[in-house]
Design a protein around this ligand. Structure first.
Ligand SMILES: Nc1ncnc2c1ncn2[C@@H]1O[C@H](COP(=O)(O)OP(=O)(O)OP(=O)(O)O)[C@@H](O)[C@H]1O
Ligand SMILES: [Mg+2]
Length: 292
């Protein structure tokens, strides 16, 4: 078990990583009627380096800046300060190299399930027949056969989430950015989707950053778990997950190593780091567990 504390990466090492977030700061300017404008620092000096093909999960209490950071990685918003590099190149906006599954579906309401899934393929100018073949494959994968022609308002929350996942996967981006993608589905579907996502990741070698509130999910999926704390948001520690691969929910859930790692992550989220010889040490002011 390794708990890293990540610092900002020097220029010479940036090319060794698929994704480098360096000293990211984000300030929101808040203006309410009748009040002075004020600044709110949501993220400060956040550093995260992710290798090609790595699966990194991010955990942290509500409001600590996870979605703000993911939006910056996606290029949907620009950081107030700091830089994001993908394959050694500084990014300056959204691009098809990054697939995004946002918190709360974000489907196109005027498009059917199939048309939503084909959206990225249309932008990539994939021909109609190939589009249909690819979208059909992903409709099968997320178990939405028979719902191809439904509109989002005709679907349950879990079904909408599955469309969003299929849409992000269908155009085969190298990087997948996922913001609590399984939060709205029932426990059983969630386990199926976790297994499916891992199996897709094993086959395709994508680099995945996945936000979750669920400690078990964070450990089960990840090569490394980044723990964020708020006020202002930053990555405080990174836990390496040495569970064997390939992993499937039924094989891992009841293992002693899995419980040990979820316990360590719980401690990290509560500001305690436990060393190899069992000594506990506070690493940052404990995060309010009520917010988890
Ligand atoms: N557009 C905005 N304007 C002002 N403040 C914002 C805006 N978006 C987010 N914030 C604030 O920034 C902080 C971080 O928000 P963010 O959505 O990134 O948190 P989060 O970690 O994703 O939380 P959750 O787990 O609840 O999704 C919060 O305090 C939030 O109130
Ligand atoms: Mg969020």
């Amino acid at each position: 078990m390794v708990v890293e504390h990540q610092g900002a990466l020097g220029d010479e090492a940036i090319g060794d990583f698929k994704i480098v977030a360096r000293n990211i700061n984000h300030v929101f300017h808040i203006k309410r009627p009748g009040e002075e404008k004020r600044d709110f620092k949501a993220v400060e000096n956040l550093n995260l380096n992710v290798k090609k093909g790595e699966f990194v999960t991010i955990v942290g209490p509500s409001g600590c800046g996870k979605s703000t950071f993911l939006d910056i990685l996606a290029g949907l918003s620009e950081p107030t300060a700091g830089e994001i590099f993908i394959d050694g190149h500084k990014i300056s906006g959204p691009a098809l190299d990054r697939g995004i599954v946002l918190q709360g579906y974000a489907l196109f309401p005027w498009r059917t399930v199939r048309q939503n899934i084909e959206y990225g393929l249309e932008i990539k100018k994939v021909g109609k027949h190939e589009r249909k073949e690819i979208s059909g494959r992903f409709i099968d994968l997320v178990d939405l056969k028979g719902f191809e022609d439904r509109f989002p308002y005709e679907l349950s929350g879990g079904m909408k989430q599955r469309v969003a996942i299929a849409r992000a996967l269908a155009y085969d981006p190298e990087v997948l950015l996922m913001d609590e993608p399984f939060a709205a589905v029932d426990a059983q579907t969630r386990e199926i989707l976790q297994d499916e996502l891992l199996s897709i990741w094993e086959k395709t070698g994508k680099t995945i950053i996945f936000i979750t509130h669920n400690i078990e999910e964070a450990v089960f999926l990840a090569d490394r778990v980044a723990v964020m704390s708020p006020n202002p948001g930053a990555v405080r520690g990174i836990l390496s997950i040495d569970l064997p691969r390939p992993r499937r929910v039924r094989d891992i859930r009841n293992s002693g190593d899995f419980s040990r790692l979820t316990g360590v992550l719980w401690n990290l989220l509560h500001g305690i780091e436990v060393s190899r010889d069992g000594d506990a040490q506070a690493v940052w002011p404990a995060i309010n567990s009520a917010a988890l």
